[in-house]
Design a protein around this ligand. Sequence first.
Ligand code: ATP
Length: 285
Amino acid sequence: MGLFERAPAKINLSLDVLGKREDGFHEVEMIMTSVDLADHVELQELHRDVIEVSADSRYVPDDERNLAYKAAAAFKHHYQLTRGVRIDIKKNIPVAAGLGGGSSDAAAVLRGLNEMWSVGASQAELAELGTGLGSDVPFCIYGTTAIGTGHGEKIRLLPSPPGCYVVLAKPDIGISTRHIFPRVNMDELEHPRTEEVIQSLREKNFQRLCASAGNALERVTFSMHPEVSRIKEKMLANGVPGAVMSGSGPTVAGFVRQYSKAKRVYNGLRGFCDEVFIVRLLDQR
Ligand code: ATP
């Protein structure tokens, strides 16, 4: 029997680009929260000093390019461990969808190895270790609700969002963040109202959250892939009070209070999109 870790998807309640650094990296400011759509990561100790990885998706590599493999290698190297692990990933989170699936798998491996090998690292230490793996990994170590700055690695926890259902809708395309950032024009950027979003969390104010959720990358992604903007329009036309693209897309998240409404929106989007899910927010403190 192995050790199981759930690796939940994240959505953005806001995503802002604050500027471009001299090293070419963009400074971002993004509010993220986890949802109950999750990959399942199983870890099994091996009696040889190797890392083996497999994932049940043709879009995910079964070798050292897998973020879960990279996480295990970084963990072993950092704590100087000569032990082996087999990682089996059941993918439920769509790949290259803006939902942080690879980062969440990597974070699950860091948490799981910490437990399996009784290393006793704190969340902050694991988040620090995850920084080099991917910009969403530190957030995924905590997995609650947080604002990430820098290139996403500086994490500050925030109050949980008001309870709601989230309809996730994705067209039949994958988008890599790497292809979106170079097309960001800082002069044309529409900044989201990050402070308003934070205030809506403090007040647990659903309407305010819906009115302020926003993503500065929508403009770039919508111009390259108009089908993403059509999904958002369709959600709003179906009466969703707030919808925002997650990450660099293409998934759009729509917020609704009642399940019956979520179901109607879901039915309206099926056939129009490649994949649609109704999920709940994980952070319900
Ligand atoms: P990004 O913003 O980095 O593009 P994303 O959240 O939109 O990320 P992911 O599902 O994490 O998308 O996949 C991004 C890329 O990472 C894909 O091209 C995929 O092949 C690669 N990848 C490596 N390991 C994994 C993994 N464990 N799960 C998913 N994708 C992985």
